[in-house]
Design a protein around this ligand. Structure first.
Ligand code: RB5
Length: 150
């Protein structure tokens, strides 16, 4: 069974539980490393925890939810090997996989409703990297990440 890692901060506890249930209903196993009970926490801690589970190979993809999705995506993109996209609609979520080979999707409980969040997750999980001419572009992203870009 494909494993998905999920994390959230205090702004997205309710949406995390609803999306976790939805992802499980689609047949995935969810590794939940977010907070389950309210406490003021710092989203970079949870973005890093979730991304480490992807870079170690334990999970293939990640779903990070905070107030806006922005903090989580900015933090996640600092982790080598992570390509995270903050999306508020499903088209971008699908394209993030097809063209950018994203491995993390982020969104905000304070920005979108639960049905849009489910549509985003479904679009992200169903999509596949298209390869072809997109490969060289993703390789350039990796070069930037490794300080090798010329
Ligand atoms: C927490 O108040 C909020 O700043 C956080 O959830 C997120 O939206 C940051 O980008």
């Amino acid at each position: 069974m494909k494993k998905i890692v999920m994390a959230n901060d205090h702004a997205a506890i309710d949406m995390k539980f609803k999306i976790k249930e939805y992802v499980e209903s689609l047949g995935y196993e969810v590794i939940n490393v977010g907070i389950d009970e309210f406490a003021h926490v710092d989203y970079p801690d949870f973005a890093y925890k979730a991304c480490s589970i992807i870079t170690s190979g334990e999970a293939e993809l990640g779903i990070l939810i905070c107030g806006t999705g922005i903090g989580m995506s900015v933090a996640a993109n600092k982790v080598k090997g992570i390509r995270a996209c903050a999306c508020s609609e499903p088209f971008s979520a699908r394209m993030s996989r097809e063209h950018n080979d994203a491995n993390v999707i982020c969104f905000g409980e304070r920005v979108i409703g639960i049905e849009t969040a489910k549509d985003i997750v479904k679009a992200f999980l169903d999509a596949k990297f298209q390869g072809a001419h997109h490969v060289a572009r993703v390789e350039k992203i990796k070069d930037i990440e490794e300080g090798k870009y010329k």
